[in-house]
Design a binder for this molecule. Structure first.
Ligand code: FES
Length: 173
């Protein structure tokens, strides 16, 4: 999908202090070391720590969990909820698939776009919010559904979207 650039958009925010973050991540990885299915959990932990999966955190996860770095990188780039570049604190993902579209996802997306002030795929001027239009998030019973980071919201209403985005902004003032 082509995404236009608007005047209220800017580069994403910088990551947290990396050396302290890596130490905290190393501690979290100790519990995951012996669980063969823990790679995704480790990558989400890295993303929680830095706002995205940094090259150094991929290296650390590879070392600690015993996966080749190429495999770790492949998993990060496969999953759309994982990022290899700095991201805003809150990523608002509006589902645009069939069930949600029938229930008014286009209006929800339009309201989110208006409130955040950007086109999908871009960050707000304050670097706090990003809007994404995504495929089914597995919450069709909550149609029209959206997520803020990993938290699901729905059935969404236009007023609910306005309130949600206002609360997210207020939390960070
Ligand atoms: S189609 Fe929107 S959550 Fe499934």
């Amino acid at each position: 999908m082509t995404q236009a650039t608007g005047p209220a958009e800017q580069s994403p925010v910088a990551p947290a202090d990396e050396s302290g973050g890596l130490e905290r991540l190393r501690e979290r990885l100790q519990d995951l070391k012996h669980d063969p299915g823990s790679l995704l959990e480790a990558l989400y932990a890295a993303q929680e720590t830095f706002g995205y999966v940094t090259p150094a955190s991929m290296e650390l996860i590879s070392e600690e969990l015993g996966y080749p770095e190429a495999h770790v990188f492949g998993v990060v780039t496969f999953y759309t909820l994982l990022y290899t570049e700095p991201q805003p604190k809150h990523i608002v993902r509006v589902c645009r698939d069939l069930s949600c579209r029938i229930s008014g996802a286009e209006k929800i997306a339009a309201r989110a776009r208006k409130e955040i002030g950007v086109h999908p795929g871009h960050a707000s001027a304050d670097g706090l919010l990003k809007l994404e239009l995504v495929s089914c998030i597995g919450q069709c019973e909550k149609q029209p559904a959206l997520m803020v980071n990993l938290d699901v919201h729905g059935p969404a209403t236009e007023q609910g979207v306005s309130d949600l985005i206002r609360r997210l902004r207020e939390e960070d003032q």
